[in-house]
Design a protein. Structure first.
Length: 332
């Protein structure tokens, strides 16, 4: 089959609960861009490939194919394409890991009769070096959301472990990693940066800016979130995705002001103050107000949140997590 070229791949840099699925489905609505619902195929594979090496001994390559297919087939998200072990063993040479990963996205892109693929996974920074090595001409979109709204969304979503403290800490770490990538990609003009707030409040203009990376024009159908049957099916897979088939919620920001307590806002801002300032988010509190908050006080609230936690991931999430564990537990 014909593979996607480097320049036809675009990867998302984005924290969870920051509109990553939203931007993916907006772009998927373009006639020339395929944005598959994530299956988290790349991260666990490339981070654990060493566990299966050497690939040409002891059926290691065959075992890796088994584990990838197991991850792909769990009821986490839905694609048009399907894959068999015989197909992958036939089409991909032993040890050709980049071709193996590219095969999945190439086949799904072709199944949707499109030419470009937009890939959303979590913690893309963990396999950024892999992307640059095997797909040096790939592009990136860096999307960020106000950490206070991101933490509120995390807190309300029962598929995420922890509350606002866990969320703020994750956001801080993510932005530190992504800002390093942004600095490198800016040099080669292979990245466009946007905010979630601009995406929901000024969707058309923000998408027009993003599409410069693809050398494509805006299409009005991109705004119709209910137009794609596969998106509608995926929206029913998980509660966290239920808004994907609904109209754009243009005022879906600054909710933290009414839904988080003063103390919660202060804790988040203490954790992420300097990253917020760098990214243009104005804290409600000055650093002089925040610096007196002791780290032990924040940790105590974190433990309180964990004790109150209603962690209830859906079956698809549980199955996905279980399938990913196989990569980390594999032994030669």
């Amino acid at each position: 089959m014909e593979y996607l070229k480097n320049q036809n791949l675009t990867f998302l840099l984005c924290s969870e609960r920051s509109g990553s699925n939203f931007i993916t489905k907006l772009l998927n609505n373009h006639s020339k861009i395929c944005g598959p619902s994530t299956k988290h195929l790349i991260n666990p594979v490339v981070r654990n490939a060493f566990r299966y090496q050497p690939f040409n001994l002891n059926d290691n390559w065959s075992k890796l194919i088994d584990d990838i297919l197991n991850l792909f087939k769990v009821s986490f998200s839905i694609w048009k394409s399907d894959f068999t072990k015989q197909e992958l063993l036939r089409e991909i040479n032993v040890g050709d890991l980049d071709r193996l990963i590219l095969y999945f996205f190439s086949k799904e892109t072709r199944a949707n009769f499109k030419q470009n693929c937009f890939i959303k996974e979590i913690k893309t920074f963990e396999f950024y070096a892999y992307i640059k090595h095997f797909f040096p001409e790939a592009n990136f979109i860096y999307q960020v959301r106000d950490v206070r709204d991101m933490a509120l969304s995390w807190k309300k979503n029962q598929t995420h472990y922890g509350g606002i403290i866990a969320a703020a800490r994750q956001w801080k770490n993510d932005q530190q990693q992504y800002l390093k990538i942004k600095m490198l990609e800016d040099i080669n003009h292979q990245i466009i940066s946007i905010t979630y707030e601009d995406l929901v409040s000024d969707t058309k203009n923000t998408l027009e800016n993003v599409l410069k990376l693809f050398d494509l024009n805006f299409e009005i159908g991109m705004l119709d979130m209910g137009s794609d049957d596969l998106t509608s099916k995926n929206a029913k897979q998980q509660k966290a995705w239920e808004n994907l088939s609904k109209p754009v919620m243009k005022n879906n920001f600054n909710k933290f002001k009414s839904q988080l307590s003063i103390k919660e806002i202060q804790y988040i801002e203490k954790i992420a103050f300097f990253e917020m300032k760098q990214l243009g988010y104005n804290p409600e509190n000055s650093w002089d107000q925040l610096k007196s908050i002791d780290s032990r006080e924040i940790e105590a609230y974190h433990q309180y949140e964990l004790a109150q936690l209603k962690y209830n991931p859906v079956k698809g999430v549980i199955d996905n997590m279980s399938a990913k564990k196989r990569f980390y537990q594999h032994s030669k």
